[in-house]
Design a protein around this ligand. Structure first.
Ligand code: ZN
Length: 128
């Protein structure tokens, strides 16, 4: 079930797809994908892409990070608009402004760099 993602998302390789499982029985959306619904136990699930916007449920701030990573790092649990819960780092966010219920959106960023190998993944950016 592809929602209306902008071209950037459609044209991107598979790492840009954030696949979740949606329960056809109760509608629960789970990320990452699962075989059994955690809500009702149904095995009738379909693959969906998670919503791009959500709000912070809880977070921690870490001031010591591996070399090459953004420091300080804010790691958050985010509830997306479709109810899926994702965890990940925030970006472009001052630790002083982060708070519970703050609206954020998914962006793709460099996660870490090790011996010249760069890893990309999603981060959350505050919606201003
Ligand atoms: Zn279910």
């Amino acid at each position: 079930m592809a929602t209306a993602f902008p071209d950037f998302w459609r044209l991107s390789p598979s790492i840009y797809r954030l696949e979740a499982s949606k329960c056809k029985k109760c509608g629960k959306i789970m990320f990452p994908t699962r075989k059994i619904c955690i809500e009702c136990g149904s095995t009738d699930l379909e693959k969906v892409e998670v919503a791009r916007k959500g709000k912070i449920v809880t977070y921690t701030i870490s001031y010591i990070m591996p070399r090459g990573a953004e420091t300080p790092a804010i790691y958050a649990v985010v509830e997306m608009e479709d109810g899926a819960r994702l965890t990940g780092y925030l970006t472009e966010c001052d630790p002083k402004e982060v708070k519970v219920d703050m609206p954020v959106e998914i962006v793709f960023r460099r996660i870490s760099e090790e011996e010249g190998r760069v890893e990309y993944g999603y981060k959350f950016r505050p919606i201003r």
